[in-house]
Design a protein around this ligand. Structure first.
Ligand code: NAP
Length: 491
């Protein structure tokens, strides 16, 4: 496993640019074969891949098998998208030469790939947001070569998946270096990847500090590039009074499971709950506490994340007005996280910005608001989020409709009577949200719309038909682009 120097990184990016010149010409049907082939090669790694990931991440077999299935499903969804071709949003305005007072030119527009994309593998999704995850799949679907920076917490898993992509590259005749896999020794390596003049966009999932650092490197370039970073989120859950009256215990069951699933290591983990002070809210807190105490500490993805959890949990517990409502009865062993529920009054929450910082792990803070104005003021203090959830009966949803509309302004997805964890992979999913949840709320990193991050519109004015991309041609549906692909096939 070779770790690259800064000079070597620029060479890798140059090779990626060379691959781009060929890969951008590859037809949708050929890209679909490539993406489907990656999925097949990953599946053919069989249990070796799962066992390697178990060893490096401490995640259980069933979770990893499910995540591998999701990853292959994502690749196949992008394959279907590019085969269909309509994602390029082709627009054709034919010329009107005799229009008065000025003739109208022939104008055609479609989405074209940006160029080499750098993807940072995520620690908490070794498959779905890592080597062949959604960032890689969407960039390759768009026509962008990918340079993948392996996450240091699962380098061997990443190598195995990279080998599957390399096999698919050869089998389907894709250009050399359309995908490259690198390990870098330090933050300097990540910085060099973002700042290489050949890099045209970046995909990232991880901490706020990591994502913001990459964003800053990108904006400091002479030619700034987009960084699509998905960073921390605490995914507030608003529990309305009617629901607490009739099904507090059920909601407590649902949330004890959601807060602690995969040791809380999900970007959609419900790290904040808010309700109006009442005997029912007190009872709910007690019920949730009892359930969370029974959930044993779990081993985290890597020692760094476990150390961060311990530090951030202690910091949260030391804040004014915060009290410990529940923690796992069993003691935590090395690298394990204690399940934790804390509570605070809205009056303390409102004056303390530390309380909206992510505690990544099986942790949630419950805020008690004295009235609806305090609940609204609390919402005001919550920065941009991936999701928000409303738990309410039908009458609650009517009574609090204005409040729910305020919630919508803060997030990328609003959930009614569910949990934020468990992100469906389909075209209508939006997994993004206003800063600091992501660096650009207009884009998603789940679902086929993720392709939009790595393309830009290009207008073709008065182009002869033979020079137009196939999608924009009138007479010859494959034209010059098929010629290019024939040339590619010979390589
Ligand atoms: P991370 O620290 O953000 O690192 C992710 C990747 O970004 C790593 O490859 C890392 O490089 C790189 N990176 C981070 N800061 C950088 C910088 N300043 N310059 C260049 N590259 C940089 O995430 P992590 O290692 O997965 O976990 C650390 C913490 O992030 C967790 O404790 C948790 O709080 C948070 N996290 C949140 C989510 C979420 O979905 N909300 C997901 C995962 C993690 P190196 O390889 O050189 O370390």
């Amino acid at each position: 496993m070779k770790e690259l120097t800064t000079k070597e990184i620029d060479d890798v990016m140059k090779q990626s640019q060379e691959a781009f010149l060929l890969y951008r010409q590859v037809q949708g049907t050929a890209k679909a074969l490539f993406l489907n082939s990656i999925a097949e090669e990953i599946e053919s790694l069989g249990s070796d891949l799962i066992h390697q990931a178990m060893e490096e991440t401490n995640l259980p077999e069933a979770r990893l098998a499910g995540e591998r299935g999701r990853t292959c499903n994502q690749l196949r969804q992008f394959a279907a998208l590019v085969k269909d071709g309509s994602w390029v949003e082709a627009r054709i305005d034919t010329a009107i030469p005799d229009r008065a007072p000025l003739p109208k030119p022939d104008l055609r527009k479609m989405m074209v790939p940006l160029g080499p994309v750098v993807v940072f593998g995520a620690s908490n999704f070794p498959f779905a947001y890592s080597t062949a995850g959604v960032d890689t799949a969407s960039a390759l679907a768009a026509g962008c070569p990918v340079v993948l920076k392996a996450h240091p917490a699962h380098p061997k898993t990443s190598e195995l998946v990279a080998s599957a992509i390399e096999k698919a590259t050869t089998k389907t005749g894709m250009p050399k270096n359309v995908f490259q896999h690198v390990h870098t020794p330090s933050f300097e390596g990540g910085k060099a990847l973002v700042q290489s003049s050949f890099t045209k966009a970046v995909g990232f999932t991880g901490s706020f500090s990591g994502g913001k650092a990459l964003y800053d490197y990108a904006t400091q370039r002479p030619d700034p590039i987009p960084v699509f970073a998905e960073m921390g989120s605490i995914n507030p859950v608003f529990i309305l009074p009617g629901a607490l009256k009739v099904r507090g215990e059920k909601v407590a069951d649902m949330y004890a499971a959601s807060i602690t699933q995969s040791v809380g290591q999900f970007c959609t983990n419900p790290g904040l709950m808010l309700g109006l002070k009442s005997p029912e809210l007190s009872q709910f807190t007690m019920q949730l506490s009892q359930k969370m105490e029974k959930i044993a500490p779990g081993t985290m993805l890597h020692p760094g994340i476990a150390a961060n959890y311990k530090k951030n949990r202690e910091k949260a517990l030391a804040q004014k007005g915060v009290s410990l409502s529940a923690q796992s009865t069993d003691a935590a062993k090395e690298n394990q996280a204690i399940t934790t529920l804390t509570t605070v009054d809205a009056s303390d929450f409102l004056v303390n910005p530390t309380l909206v910082e992510e505690v990544f792990g099986p942790y949630s803070l419950l805020v008690r608001a004295g009235n609806i104005d305090e609940l609204k003021a609390s919402l005001d203090k919550i920065p941009g989020q991936l999701t928000a959830t409303i738990i309410g009966e039908e009458e609650d949803l009517i009574e609090y409709a204005d409040f729910i509309r305020l919630v919508m302004q803060k997030v990328g997805r609003v959930i009614i009577n569910g949990v934020p964890t468990g992100v469906e992979v389909c075209p209508s999913m939006h997994h993004g949200g206003p800063f600091p949840a992501t660096t650009d709320s207009r884009f998603t990193s789940v679902g086929t719309d993720a392709i939009k991050r790595f393309v830009r519109p290009l207008s073709f004015q008065n182009f002869p038909d033979t020079l137009l991309p196939a999608e924009l041609q009138q007479s010859n549906p494959l034209g010059i682009w098929r010629l290019f692909n024939n040339e590619l096939g010979k390589k």
